[in-house]
Design a protein around this ligand. Sequence first.
Ligand code: SAM
Length: 204
Amino acid sequence: MRFFARREPVKGIAPDDTISAERAHVRRAFVKAWIPADAVGAELGVYKGHFSKILLDVARPRELHLVDPWFNLTNEWGWGEGNNSTIDALINILRYFKPEIEAGTVRIHVGDDLDVLERFDDGSLDWVYIDSSHAYAHTLAELEVLKRKVRPAGVIAGDDWRPDPNAKHHGVYRAVQQFIAENDYEVVHTGAYGQWAIRRRGEA
Ligand SMILES: C[S@@+](CC[C@H](N)C(=O)[O-])C[C@H]1O[C@@H](n2cnc3c(N)ncnc32)[C@H](O)[C@@H]1O
């Protein structure tokens, strides 16, 4: 008979304990201004849930879909300080958001966002926040799917608006620029800490 060592639970990591207070403040203000309240939305790229917590606190979503492959993509995600294990990140998210998950307000989707989004009905999302691969081609693919999945008056927003071609995450800016050039969307906000939002034209 094999015995397995009892696994100690990972020490609780509050989702916002490695994020600067200023960044959290800016992101809270962004959510208040641009993410529709009491609505159905999704965060693409969740990691430890720093921003998920802000979305939940400020936008009070009716349903918040958290989409990330976590351990299916990589064992460690090299962003932020401290424990970078994607398994621990997910465990802590399940623990931290347990009341909201049990209530059905927070829904966890472990997988590639392009696959996960296809399971949603067209027009079923009021808003989506993109903070995933930051790669040009993948971001463009996300936007193309979101064109169908986000309702016409909805908001597509995200992190890491970097117009400098030498910036690490410039691919997001490039993809959004190409997307709005080819579709009937416009940039409605860009601001501190790389926050951005786009919307269909005429849907103010
Ligand atoms: C910068 S972190 C997200 C941080 C989080 N939004 C926050 O502000 O606290 C990026 C995350 O995107 C996820 N990611 C990478 N490729 C993805 C994909 N194809 N679909 C969904 N998530 C992806 C990674 O696993 C990682 O957890």
